[in-house]
Design a protein around this ligand. Structure first.
Ligand code: HEM
Length: 199
């Protein structure tokens, strides 16, 4: 699959989401500032994984603005008599629908808003949620998952530690609900201003 496009598009969505939620951007920065006192240090991956709010934010980006509507289609190679009440005959093609799963109000506390609290417990500790499967699951799940996460976490943490990302002078920030729908679900074009953090 268009691996690097999905990774960079997820990062673009992350920036656009945080332009819409400056309070979330400030909380990400506060956590990074607490953990990494040197602004220009390179933050290593292992340390990023310990940042609860940042991890919750990246997972919320993948839930709220997924870059793929669905996984690749897969075909049942045996008859399945009863999958949660459904009979699935051999040969049936199925498309797991990430968009629907990610917006299922039975599963998410904050369904229709971007809110990293979806992935935090009451103590603010990051919690994975098995209902979020952007890389799909099973034997044919994305083989690039680890490299994609590594790239996203490193770029995200190191970018937001150094810079505040602000709207452009025009003030135009496109909405989140008008994606450029293709094989990869892109965000509308947008411009930003980067302000180097003072500390
Ligand atoms: C955020 C980034 C990414 C997302 C969300 C993503 C998501 C996915 C999904 C949902 C599938 C389909 C799995 C299925 O049908 O069950 C897939 C397949 C695949 N991905 Fe990714 N991917 C990402 C990045 C990457 C990267 C960086 C690479 C390579 C370096 C990659 C390589 C592949 C390949 C080769 C397949 C086909 C696997 C097969 O059919 O057996 N992906 N990806």
């Amino acid at each position: 699959m268009a691996g690097h496009e999905t990774t960079t598009t997820t990062l673009s969505w992350a920036i656009l989401n945080l332009l819409h939620k400056p309070d979330v951007q400030e909380k990400v920065y506060e956590e990074l500032l607490n953990e990494f006192s040197e602004r220009d240090q390179i933050i290593p991956l292992n340390d990023i994984l310990k940042c609860n709010y940042l991890m919750a934010t990246i997972h919320e980006v993948q839930r709220f603005t997924p870059v793929l509507f669905s996984a690749i289609d897969h075909t049942a190679n045996v008859d399945v008599e009863n999958l949660r009440g459904y009979k699935i005959p051999k040969g049936t093609r199925m498309f797991p629908q990430f968009f629907l799963m990610n917006k299922d109000p039975k599963v998410w506390k904050y369904t229709n808003e971007f809110n990293p609290d979806n992935f935090l417990d009451e103590k603010g500790v990051f919690q994975k949620n098995q209902n979020l499967t952007p890389f799909s699951i099973g034997l044919r799940a994305c083989p690039g998952e680890n490299i994609a996460k590594m790239e996203m976490y490193l770029v995200f943490a190191n970018l937001f530690r150094r810079f505040k990302i602000c709207p452009p002078k025009s003030g135009i920030v496109p909405p989140l609900d008008k994606p450029q729908v293709g094989f990869v679900v892109g965000n509308p074009f947008f411009e930003v201003r980067l302000k180097k953090r003072g500390k």
